[in-house]
Design a protein around this ligand. Structure first.
Ligand code: ZN
Length: 673
């Protein structure tokens, strides 16, 4: 008997996990994840770039968006009230508008994780109660389908049922992890059970090809991680296994515009070599597949994800981390492509689409790949997106949005004439998917900043913060990070509490930061410090130890691969992780952006300006301004006249905050000075 009790005790201890279950992704028990999440709220921004952005998010972005979505402009809450029978009227907004509301709730939760303002939970509880009343008895919830007679359930995959469901699952899991409450989670479970009964063990007929914007895969994995009920993981896996095995042809549930490569159904993912189709659909799908692979460890899926990630970042991504080169185009299988990927190296600037959601999804996909592989290149992309093509989607003030994020804007050039591409930021966009997607990302960056590793902690992203968490062995660790990154390259991390035994601190050395130095208590470490890797410092850390990372912050001129015809003989300016642009307010009045050239010998110097555009480093340097009358499609090259002007370059993310302007990231270079 004694033996049995002892055995039982040993067994229970061996099963006891110190891993953290309240991360953005709860991968605490995911056997195939190398970098695990810290609990939300364990990293708090203190000062500097992300602290400033979070403050704007807390004070303006989230409350302002709440006013929009719960009021008559955004109409999202109204839709739930109408579906619940609490209000008269018609559904307004896109078919995926419920999902946008769930994303805003998720953003509110990330704010609450940091500030613990109970008013946020009370307010959200009121909305959850309305959502609950809108939910059908069998668990179905989609306010547009429920309130419009001519629409019926699963009548067209473009109605975004799976998308709304997926965002519901994710948002409800986050709400549950942060508040400990189950009121929202219960709604998600009821819906997921409905979805399970509809699709398992095998969907019938046209449902085999169902699914459009498949956020339900990510959501179902998170629901599995929250409830431990394996059926949700099985359902997530089913949606992956179904894709790519049906004949590609228009049907009642899938119009000719939304089939084939457009929705990643031409090739089963395990065989896919190139990222295709709608960029948001593709990247949400890949992110979901990465979540499933984190649980199952299936090699074929991981290999496919490796190929797809590399195809995106090496051959289809903009210098800003943005994805989805075109609004309308065609795949190599001649399927119509909407808001999506083009061929490799085909990178137009004026007509670049780069939906904010696609850029955000690129960072979400990369965060999951970081978990699977623990390699710094994935965090490099997360950072590239965050500082550039994500933040470009919202004004410095926090109230005006961009949906598309081109790399050049000329008022005489590309005229999109549609409702997603603008040259001036918009206070509301009828297709509102991007704003809450971006705001939930800005509010959760602190959860991405660190990961827990086998015997330590990895610093993925830099910014002034305090980390108070537990390592995977259950020991307490507290770090204080002080830095003026990304404007300065020095980061100082002080150990405030740690276990006595040796453990690792991993510092990401960004891909651009060759020549970085790492010091412990002022002494250069023995380990080699290489860009594109994590430097691992293993030692017996003690309170007061100071770890210093010094990254070179030279202004760099980038060029594109010669196969990118659209940037041949042009340069982009980058300093640290921040990509710069030249913009009308920093040029003589009336200058045409197409007349700006950059002398290769121009001396470019950075200056920190605390009062400009929320506090940024600008770069100054001479440019050449050409007087070109631009007559004729082709003309003899003659009469080249230039003026020299000392121009200011601003971070790309901060453009379009000073009135209507033209802008360009890539600038044609001229030899000489
Ligand atoms: Zn979007």
């Amino acid at each position: 008997m004694k033996f049995n009790i002892l055995f039982l005790l040993c067994f229970l201890l061996s099963q006891f996990s110190f891993a953290q279950e309240n991360g953005i992704l709860n991968n605490s028990e995911s056997k195939h994840v190398k970098f695990k999440s810290i609990n939300m709220g364990d990293c708090q921004w203190t000062e500097g770039f992300w602290a400033d952005k979070f403050k704007v998010a807390q004070e303006t972005m989230v409350p302002y968006m709440g006013e929009l979505l719960t009021g008559d402009v955004g109409h999202a809450l109204n839709n739930f009230k109408i579906a619940a029978g609490l209000k008269e009227g018609k559904h307004k907004g896109m078919k995926w508008h419920d999902g946008d509301f769930y994303k805003w709730i998720e953003a509110s939760m990330y704010v609450y994780a940091q500030n613990k303002d109970e008013k946020i939970v009370e307010e959200i509880d009121g909305y959850i109660d309305i959502i609950k009343q809108a939910q059908a008895e069998d668990g179905y919830i989609h306010t547009k389908v429920q309130t419009e007679e001519e629409m019926h359930r699963f009548g067209n995959r473009q109605h975004h049922e799976m998308y709304n469901f997926g965002h519901l699952y994710t948002s409800a899991c986050i709400h549950n992890r942060i508040t400990g409450k189950s009121n929202f989670l219960d709604i998600a479970i009821k819906n997921a059970d409905f979805l399970y009964s509809k699709f398992m063990p095998e969907p019938k007929g046209l449902l085999k090809r169902f699914g459009f914007n498949q956020t339900q895969i990510m959501g179902l994995v998170e629901l599995y991680r929250t409830t431990k009920n394996k059926k949700y993981l099985k359902l997530a896996e089913l949606f992956i296994n179904l894709r790519g095995h049906s004949k590609v042809e228009p049907t009642d549930v899938s119009s000719y515009k939304h089939i084939g490569d457009m929705v990643q159904e031409r090739t089963p993912i395990r065989k896919a070599k190139t990222a295709e189709g709608h960029a948001v659909l593709a990247l949400y799908y890949y992110a979901g597949v990465a979540d499933v692979a984190a649980e199952t460890g299936e090699k074929a899926l991981i290999n496919a994800l490796d190929r797809l990630w590399s195809n995106v970042v090496d051959k289809k991504m903009y210098v800003t981390g943005a994805c989805g080169q075109t609004h309308h185009g065609v795949s190599k299988h001649v399927d119509m492509i909407h808001e999506g990927f083009l061929n490799e190296y085909m990178m137009p600037n004026l007509s670049a689409y780069n939906e904010t959601c696609a850029n955000v999804c690129n960072s979400m996909f990369s965060y999951r790949m970081l978990g699977l592989h623990g390699e710094s290149k994935y965090a490099d992309i997360m950072e590239l997106v965050l500082f550039n093509s994500a933040l470009s989607g919202i004004s410095v003030e926090g109230k005006d949005y961009f949906y598309a994020n081109p790399l050049r804007v000329s008022h005489d050039g590309y005229d999109p004439g549609n409702d997603t591409e603008f040259d001036v930021r918009q206070p509301y966009i009828p297709c509102f998917c991007c704003p809450p997607n971006l705001v939930r990302t800005i509010t959760k960056v602190s959860g991405w900043a660190y990961s827990l590793t086998e015997n330590g902690v990895a610093v993925n992203l830099y910014g002034g913060n305090k980390l108070s968490t537990k390592l995977l062995d259950g020991s307490n660790i507290e770090l204080k990070q002080v830095t003026n990154y990304p404007w300065e390259g020095k980061v100082e991390i002080t150990v405030e509490k740690s276990k006595k035994e040796p453990f690792d601190i991993l510092l990401r050395i960004p891909d651009w930061a060759e020549g970085s130095k790492v010091l412990v208590n002022g002494e250069v470490i023995n380990t080699e410090v290489k860009a594109k890797t994590f430097t691992v410092i293993n030692r017996q850390w003690k309170k007061g130890d100071v770890l210093t990372l010094d990254m070179p912050m030279d202004v760099m001129l980038l060029e594109g691969h010669p196969l990118i015809e659209e940037v041949r003989n042009q340069a982009a300016i980058k300093r640290g992780p921040v990509v710069y642009c030249v913009e009308s307010p920093d040029l003589p009045e009336g200058t045409d952006i197409l007349d700006v050239y950059l002398p290769l010998k121009s001396t470019l110097t950075a200056t920190y300006k605390p009062d400009l555009l929320g506090g940024i480093s600008t770069i100054n340097g001479d440019v050449k301004l050409r007087k070109d009358n631009k007559e004729g499609m082709y003309r003899e090259m003659s009469d080249l006249k230039w003026d020299t002007y000392n121009a200011q370059f601003v971070p790309y993310f901060a453009w379009a905050n000073r009135g209507k302007a033209e802008m360009s990231v890539w600038i044609p270079v001229v030899l000489g000075d």
